[in-house]
Every structure is written in C-alpha cells, then in structure tokens.
Design a protein around this ligand. Sequence first.
Ligand code: BES
Ligand code: ZN
Ligand code: ZN
Length: 467
Amino acid sequence: MDLSISENPHFDTQIIFTSKDEKPAIDDFGADIGEITLRYENGLSKIFCGIGEKNSCALQTIRETAAKAIQKAIDLKRNQVSVIAFNNSSEPLCGSNNAVIEGILLGSYKFSKYKTEKPHDIKTVEIAGEQLNKSDIKRTETICKAVSYSRDLVNSNASEVTPQYLAKEALELECCKELKVTVLDEKEMSKKQLNLINAVGSASSTPARLIIMEYIANKNDKSRTAIVGKGITFDSGGQNLKPTGHIETMRSDMAGAASVLGIMKALVELKPSINVIGVIGAAHNAIGAASFFPGDIYKSYNGKTVEICSTDAEGRLVLADAISYCIKNFKPNKIIDFATLTGGVVVALGEMVAGLFSNNNELADKLFKAGEKSGEQIWRLPLYKQYSESIKSDIADLRNLSKFKKGTASSITAAAFIQEFIEDTPWAHIDIAGTAFNEGSQRGEIPQFATGFGVRLFFEYILDSSN
Ligand code: BES
Ligand code: ZN
Ligand code: ZN
C-alpha cells in the first residue's frame, strides 16, 4: 500500500473522521466515539468515523476506529481511498493524525504469504487535509512499515527463519555509514565462551548466532541505548519437550529479535541523531541427541555457572549471554530487552499488556508512559530479593528455574535470572509472550498472528527528546 499526502481528497472512497459538533446531518449516526457508518452520496462511498466530543477521544480509540474503517474499505474491495482526518476548522483531530495513519497502516496488514488466493489489497491511501505535517506522516509510515516487517518475520515458517536467516536480515540492513553489523557464528561463540547461547542451539542443524548491530548517528555523544532481543527461531522445549497445545505457535519465540530488527530497519531509514546497539541472541531450541541436558551445568560468558533445570527455560540463557556480551563490549547506558520469555506473563496480564521489569524507576516510568501513548501497553511487576534468592543453585551459581512451587511467579523469577547478568546498568525487561502473537482474531490494528509489539513502543520512548 502506498501512502500519499494532499490538500484535498481525490478518491471516491473516503474515510472521514468527525466529532459530534461537526458531524453531517445523517440519521442513525451520532459520531459517538468509535462509531462507524457507510453512506453512498453523489457517487462517493463515505465511511464516517465518530470521535465523540471534540478532543475527548483517546488515541487508542482513533487507531482502532481507523483500522476498522480501512478494513471496511478492504471488504468493499476498493483500490484507492482518501482519509480525511481533519475537521472543518482545519484543527488536527486531538493531534491524532499519526494515530489515524497508524490505524490505517497497521490495520490493513494481512499475512498472505502462504495463501494461494491473495486477499484484496488497497493500492493507494491518500491522507487529505490542510496543514499536514509531512515529516511526521513519513516517520509514522516508516515505523509502521517496520512493524509489518517484524510481523512477517514472526509469521514465516520456522524452517525458513533460522538463526542464519536472522543474521542475513541484519546484514542486509547494513547499507549506510551509521550501521555496522557483526555476526558471531557457533565457533566464534565457543571461542569467546558464549556457552549458554551455544548450549541452547546445540541440537539444531542450524546453529546459534549472536547478531550485533551498531547504529551510531551521533558520534559526539558517547551514550548508547542497547536493545536486546530473544531470537529462539523455534522453541520445542528441548529435552523438556513442549506438549501438543503449547508447541504449535513456537515459531513466534523470535518475536523479540524481530522487534529489534524492525527497530534497526526504521532507524537506518529515519536516521535520528542517536546511538543504539541492537543485539540478538538467535538459536533453535531443538530436541535431539546433541541437545543440552537437564542437570548439566554451563559457564556463562560473564563467568557465572548455571544449572540447567529445564531446557524449556532457554530464553533467559540466550539473553544472559547476549546481555553480558553487550555490557562487556559496548558499555551501554541502558538496556531494554524484548523477549517472549514466559507463559506466566500471559496468565498475569493477558494478550493485551506486556510485563515490564526494571532496576531503574526513571527508565521504567518513561517506558510505561511510552506504552500508554503508543497503545503498546506494559505493566510493571516487582523484582524483590526473595525472587533472586529462589534462583540460587546448590550445585552451581544459578539455576534456570526457581525453587518456588512449579508455575508460580515464573515471569518474575525469569526476570530475576536476567538481572544477575545486568551488573549496574539501568535495565528494563519487557516480556512479550502474550502480546507478540495474537492467537485470536483481529482486534482493531492488531492482526491475527504476529503483532510486531515493541517497535512502536521503542520509538515513542526514544524519540521523546527527554530521553
Ligand atoms: N518461549 C517460552 C515462553 C512462551 C510461552 C512464549 C507461551 C509464548 C507463549 C519459554 O521459553 C518457556 O518455555 N517458558 C517456560 C518457562 C518455564 C519452564 C519456567 C514457561 O513459561 O512455561
Ligand atoms: Zn522454552
Ligand atoms: Zn522460549
């Protein structure tokens, strides 16, 4: 879908946002928040979208409404659609044009790679209005395209999206002087003692990779924000094999890595004057004769030894090495990791809200606010000492499962495990196990299957000048 910008609408299918006081006089349409109606007028198909009283509508409602409206235009099999997101007095709708565009672009995504018959796709969407901020619209479009890219990576077959494939995607982003990409293969990782990542990848015919992307666009500024993604290209559970009912969606266990790749892709396109280090620990957690074993002990990159209590708690192992490597080699000022880490977070917060864990209140607060604004909501859970106590091992330094009763506080103890490798770096861990993959049907701008969660949250956070 192409996005164009113009002062006046040119197409005969129109999506028109309107508040109650400026709504057209049509029966059965009160312009209530989120209300949508289709009218045919003088050869035009008008999809009216209500936003209630002027300036009263939440950005998230606008996103959802825009997504529903564009889905209506898709159902009508239209090729060209004008979106009128300004009211008569040319005031921006509660500063919401970006929310409208997000709803349109994110809500029209459909994953059809494996469908013989492709669904209808709108060719051009025209954003019509006076005083439109073109650079804002371009930025939103770039970020939304990065979300689609991230969704495509997660949705594609695990047999295609291997650790090597993720590495190749990263290398393909290396097209400008601001970005440098380095990939460590299993032999280089073994030399460097990145033993936890290699352990997780050991049974696979597609061995593990550590992918490092250095985006440096402000050389005078020594500060660096690191983003780290869990890139388990398929999580079978390993020797602690996942049962039927839990294994089928496990190609999505690289969603954190896909978010990091999406973010790096948008960075090289937008070129903001900031420094971001993207790191991906990529491995296929396979079951086989060469797999790592429950009960075995491995020495991590930072020297701490880990007793493997479950080969299915593999994400924290990969993240531990990826984060330690990042700290030792890049000394970031802060680290944000994205990981489909635990089923527990789905129990606690559901599919709509991700778990946030942090050792730094300021970072946590800023991320929380970015979540509220972007609509990718996150909720903080505690990291008390008792949780860290529960992951101490009797035979090694740490255990990758807590000593607590099975299935209790599993998201927090997973976060506490990662914290052991953080040293004093301000850090936030975002558990996206519930939000990364929608097993139900489409919800507004959130499609079925991969959601691309994290990309918009990160940009809302990082492009806020106070960070
Ligand atoms: N990849 C899973 C977590 C997950 C579950 C992601 C559901 C998406 C949807 C992770 O590696 C895992 O298996 N976690 C275990 C940890 C347990 C063994 C402590 C879990 O949460 O059950
Ligand atoms: Zn697992
Ligand atoms: Zn996993």
